[in-house]
Design a protein around this ligand. Structure first.
Ligand SMILES: Nc1ncnc2c1ncn2[C@@H]1O[C@H](COP(=O)(O)OP(=O)(O)OP(=O)(O)O)[C@@H](O)[C@H]1O
Ligand SMILES: [Mg+2]
Length: 407
C-alpha cells in the first residue's frame, strides 16, 4: 500500500469529522431564526466536493509545497467547523432541549447568535476560497502549481479545554520545571518538537495557561510556514500593548520592543515554526533578547529537531507519542463510546484500533469521530483495514513524513 494513501486516510478522517458533525446538526433540525441551516448545508456540500479530490491532492502534496499548504488549510477549516459545532453543542446542551438531540437555537442569547453568525460567515468564506483554489489546482498543468501561492490563514490560539486533554500532565510539569530552573536568565527559548499531530500545540497551551505564569504578560503567536520576523515582532508589540502595531522599520520595531518589554516578565509561545534558515532564526533569537531587566520565556513548537536545536537556548524537549490507552481514551470520548449499547462487544476492537494510532493524538481524535456513527461490523472493518500495515508513525522515510506533514 502506498504511503500516500495512509495520509489520505487520515486527512479524509478529519474531513469526515466535520462532514458528519454537520450532518448531525442538520439532521437534528437546527431550529434557527437566522438561516444557519442553509450555511451548514452549504459547508457540507463543499466539504463533500473537496473530499473527492483528496487522494489526488495527497499524492501531489509529497512534492508540492503549495498543495501541502492547501491541504493544511483545508484541515484547519474542517477543525474550525468541528470547533464551532462543539461550541454550539456546549451552549445548547445546557438547555433541556439539547438532550432531545434537537438543537434549539431560539434559546441562544443575541450575543451568542451574533458570534455564531460571524463565525459561520468566516468559515464559509474560507471554505469557498479553499474550493476555488482546488479548482485552480485541478485546471493547472503540473509545472505551474508553484505560481499558486496559498496563504495560510489559520491561527492557533491559546485557548484549551484542559479537561479534554488526555495525559500530558507529566510533560507539562517537566517543561515548567525546566523553565523555572532558568529563572536567572533574561531570555529562555525552549522548543517542543515532535511529529505532526502528536500534541505539541496542545502541550504549549497547557503550559501557557498554567498558574505558574500568572504574573506574566502573555503572547501567543502562530508562526506558520511563512516566516515573517516583522509580523512576529509587531504581534508581540500589539499583544503586550493591547493596541495594533504595524511598524515596518526594524529600527523602530526594536526600539518599541525595548521600551515595552523592559522590566517585564513575558511568556511567548511561538507555535508552529517551520523556518530553517540559520540567519532568520538568529534574527528571531536576537529579537527575543530585548528590554533591560526583562524576563522573556519563549516556548517554540516545531516538527523539526534541527530547527529546535538552532533556536533553543536550553535543551529542546522531544514530545513522545501518547500511550495506546490514552489513544483509546480519546477515541472513546470522540465516538461517544460510553453511551453505546454494544460497548462490551466493541471494547477490544476499539483498543486494537487505538493501538494503531501510533500515539498520534490527531489520528485518535479523527478516528474517534469517524467511528462514532459506525456499527459493529464497520468498526471491525476499520480494524481490519490494510491501510494500517503501512502506518508506522515512527517511520522516517521522507514521503510518508511529508504526507503526515500535510495533515
Ligand atoms: N493529549 C491529548 N488529548 C486529547 N486530544 C489531544 C491531545 N493532544 C492533542 N490532541 C488533539 O489532537 C489534535 C492535534 O494536536 P496538536 O495540534 O496539539 O498537535 P501538533 O503536534 O501541534 O500538530 P502539528 O505538528 O500539526 O502542529 C488537536 O485537535 C488536539 O486537540
Ligand atoms: Mg501544532
Amino acid at each position: 500500500m502506498a504511503v500516500a494513501e495512509v495520509g489520505g486516510m487520515l486527512a479524509s478522517a478529519v474531513l469526515k469529522v466535520a462532514t458528519q458533525k454537520l450532518g448531525a446538526a442538520i439532521a437534528g433540525r437546527v431550529m434557527l431564526q437566522w438561516n444557519f441551516d442553509k450555511d451548514l448545508e452549504g459547508m457540507k456540500a463543499t466539504l463533500e466536493s473537496v473530499d473527492a479530490v483528496l487522494r489526488d491532492a495527497e499524492r501531489r502534496s509529497i512534492r508540492d509545497a503549495a498543495v501541502r499548504l492547501w491541504l493544511r488549510r483545508l484541515k484547519d477549516a474542517a477543525y474550525d467547523i468541528s470547533d464551532m459545532l462543539d461550541d454550539l453543542e456546549n451552549i445548547t446542551s445546557k438547555s433541556d432541549a439539547g438532550k432531545l438531540g434537537c438543537v434549539m437555537i431560539p434559546n441562544l442569547t443575541i450575543a451568542h447568535k451574533i458570534t455564531l453568525a460571524n463565525k459561520m460567515k468566516t468559515i464559509s468564506d474560507e471554505l469557498k476560497e479553499i474550493t476555488n483554489q482546488h479548482l485552480s489546482f485541478r485546471f493547472t498543468e503540473d509545472s505551474s502549481y508553484k505560481e499558486h501561492r496559498v496563504t495560510d490563514k489559520r491561527e492557533t490560539s491559546s485557548k484549551v479545554e484542559e479537561a479534554l486533554v488526555v495525559g500530558r500532565t507529566a510533560e507539562k510539569r517537566i517543561i515548567i520545571s525546566s523553565l523555572s530552573k532558568r529563572m536567572t536568565e533574561e531570555t529562555v527559548i525552549l522548543p517542543i518538537y515532535g511529529i505532526g499531530g502528536i500534541g505539541k500545540t496542545t502541550l504549549a497551551k497547557l503550559v501557557f495557561n498554567a498558574s505558574n505564569f500568572r504574573d506574566y504578560s502573555k503572547v501567543w503567536i502562530y508562526v506558520s510556514q511563512t516566516f515573517d520576523l516583522n509580523k512576529i515582532s509587531n504581534s508581540i508589540i500589539s499583544q503586550v500593548s493591547e493596541s495594533e502595531s504595524q511598524l515596518t522599520e526594524r529600527e523602530m520595531i526594536n526600539r518599541r520592543l525595548d521600551e515595552l518589554l523592559s522590566g517585564r516578565k513575558i511568556l511567548i509561545v511561538l507555535d508552529d515554526l517551520w523556518e530553517r534558515d540559520q540567519f532568520q532564526l538568529d534574527d528571531l533569537k536576537t529579537m527575543l533578547k530585548v528590554g533591560r531587566g526583562s524576563r522573556v520565556i519563549a516556548i517554540v513548537t516545531t516538527r523539526d529537531k534541527d530547527i529546535a536545536e538552532k533556536i533553543c537556548t536550553t535543551e529542546p524537549y522531544k514530545l513522545e507519542p501518547l500511550t495506546d490507552d490514552m489513544c483509546w481514551k480519546i477515541i472513546k470520548e470522540k465516538s461517544v463510546f460510553e453511551a453505546r449499547d454494544d460497548k462490551e462487544q466493541l471494547e477490544n476492537i476499539g483498543r486494537e484500533i487505538a493501538s494503531k494510532c501510533g500515539g498520534v493524538a490527531l489520528a485518535a481524535k479523527s478516528l474517534g469521530y469517524t467511528l462514532q456513527p459506525m456499527k459493529f461490523d464497520e468498526w471491525v472493518s476499520v480494524r481490519n483495514n490494510d491501510i494500517w500495515k503501512a502506518s508506522t508513525f515512527e517511520c522516517t522515510s521522507l514521503p510518508y513524513h511529508n504526507v503526515l506533514a500535510s495533515l
